[in-house]
Design a protein. Structure first.
Length: 374
């Protein structure tokens, strides 16, 4: 594309112009942004990053500009700015488009590339899942879309790292099946500069899992819903609270008393799908629920962020662990595997007595004598 004055060709658009134009630079997003709170740097805020995106769009900044490289990587992608924005800016979509452009080819972080390659190995994850005790998958015919049936998404890394979560979900929801052959949903790819593959894998997941897709991962739920539609996808707590016959099995008890339990929200589940009351209601049904002041803010896991930017991630996590310790709780529940891994790492490093456990395991344990192990 060339302008009418014969000047140099204008750069190919990176972002949808309607997405960028929604931002009115009001600044309501600044207090919600973890990286802005950490640095106080305008460039590290959603408003500042959108201004950088505009400079990239117009060609005022080259793609390899160091500030562009830094800020596209430094952003957690937690989307906490979206609920705070009065103009309805879809920042999560802008960030994905930015990384699609910024992280093309050799500019993509090597570790992110390796993780995405691994996630695409369906057979590998099925084998590793079996070794780790992932629930046996169903081969029989499952209900069609719209029939009221539900299928459990086992996840890629989740089935290997936390196989008990899938088993707990199946035990909590009678009739829930885990169809064979399922792979990665593509959330990892969409958040790391390859939205095309992310969308392709999401569509394939939609074909592999008939009926309503139930997932124990908040980040995966948000990604699948953005591609397949909100009516196809439910995160487990949402499904238990609104779409099943689930009733509390009992209560969690520690040393003869009712357990004290806190929650760490999944950023994409809360900010992307608006699901945050359901897990709290479920926990309040089995224990004394304690709200952490920063429960709704990022724990620093943020998908691959804790691996790509460990120093910043650890700083965010340290403050979170301080808060958990001060709350005097017995358990902190997670609704996303990345958050669960992050919290367990921080609590173990602190030698804390608090245990980080997935919501599904806590609900299943209620009323039983044995407590979930971290």
């Amino acid at each position: 594309m060339t302008d009418r004055t014969g000047a140099a060709p204008l750069p190919k658009p990176v972002f949808g112009p309607d997405l960028l134009s929604r931002c009115i630079s009001c600044g309501f997003c600044l207090p919600a942004c973890p990286t802005y709170a950490e640095t106080g740097d305008e460039a590290s805020s959603p408003r500042g990053r959108i201004n950088l995106m505009r400079a990239l769009q117009t060609g005022d900044l080259e793609p390899d500009d160091p500030t562009l490289r830094e800020q596209s990587s430094q952003c957690l992608g937690c989307r906490a700015c979206e609920p705070a924005c009065p103009a309805g800016v879809e920042y999560g979509q802008l960030l994905e488009q930015w990384r699609d452009h910024q992280w093309r080819g050799r500019r993509m972080p090597v570790l992110a590339r390796a993780l995405m390659l691994a996630a695409g190995r369906r057979v590998l994850f099925r084998l590793l899942g079996r070794l780790r005790g992932t629930p046996p998958t169903a081969v029989a015919e499952t209900p069609a879309v719209g029939s009221g049936g539900a299928s459990l998404m086992l996840g890629c890394f989740e089935r290997v790292l936390f196989p008990r979560v899938g088993r707990a979900a199946l035990a909590l929801v009678p009739g829930l099946t885990a169809p064979a052959g399922q792979g990665c949903c593509g959330a990892l790819h969409a958040h790391n500069g390859d939205t095309a593959t992310g969308e392709r894998l999401a569509h394939r997941m939609g074909e592999d899992l008939p009926g309503t897709i139930v997932t124990t991962s908040g980040g995966c739920a948000a990604h699948l819903a953005s591609v397949l539609g909100r009516d196809r996808v439910r995160e487990l707590s949402e499904h238990l609270a609104n779409g099943s016959a689930y009733r509390p099995l009992g209560e969690l008890r520690v040393d003869g008393r009712r357990a004290r339990v806190a929650l760490q929200d999944s950023c994409h589940l809360r900010n992307g799908l608006g699901v945050w009351t359901a897990p709290r209601d479920l926990l309040a049904g089995i224990a004394d629920y304690v709200e952490l002041p920063s429960a709704g803010t990022c724990c620093g896991a943020a998908g691959t962020y804790s691996l790509l930017r460990p120093r910043e991630s650890r700083r965010i996590l340290t403050a979170k662990i301080d808060e958990i310790e001060a709350a005097g709780v017995d358990f902190v529940a997670a609704v996303n595997p990345g958050c669960l891994r992050q919290l367990r790492t921080g609590l173990r490093r602190r030698c804390s007595r608090v245990k980080a456990v997935h919501l599904a395991e806590l609900l299943l344990t209620a009323g039983e004598k044995s407590l979930p192990s971290a």
